[in-house]
Write a protein that binds this ligand. Sequence first.
Ligand code: IDP
Length: 138
Amino acid sequence: MNIEETLVLIKPDGVARNLTGEILRRIEAKGYQLVDVRLVQAEVDLLAQHYAEHEGKPFYEPLMDFMQSGPTVALRIAGNRAIEGFRSLAGTTDPTTAAPGTIRGDLGRDWGLAVQQNLVHGSDSPESAARELALWFS
Ligand code: IDP
């Protein structure tokens, strides 16, 4: 067993579309434990740190605007290989091509906007998980 904690965000599109319960259901059905939950109106400083690796990319500013457009649900979840496992549950970044059966594949919509409103975020490595959990649950 390799029990890990990871950060999951239900982004503002997921909250606005009333998909929080459905996304939580999928996380719990998979067997992950909910360790902590927060409803956060994310501000620029937090998002700039969270998305530091994307600064300067064409989608960075629209992404920052989108992430401030409404509340985000931040989750600390735990389980065996939860970092890789949640990313598999979420599906690939683009909801149009994310596999059916995944959160993004089943529920994500391509709105034709500059930002891919793809419902969720999941940390991509143990280092990211530690850094991001400290940011969102400080
Ligand atoms: P991930 O969330 O699947 O790990 P990243 O490449 O880390 O994807 O990108 C972070 C977020 O930035 C994505 O979830 C998505 O909301 C947004 N994003 C990524 N690539 C694009 C793009 O090409 N156009 C618009 N938005 C993007």
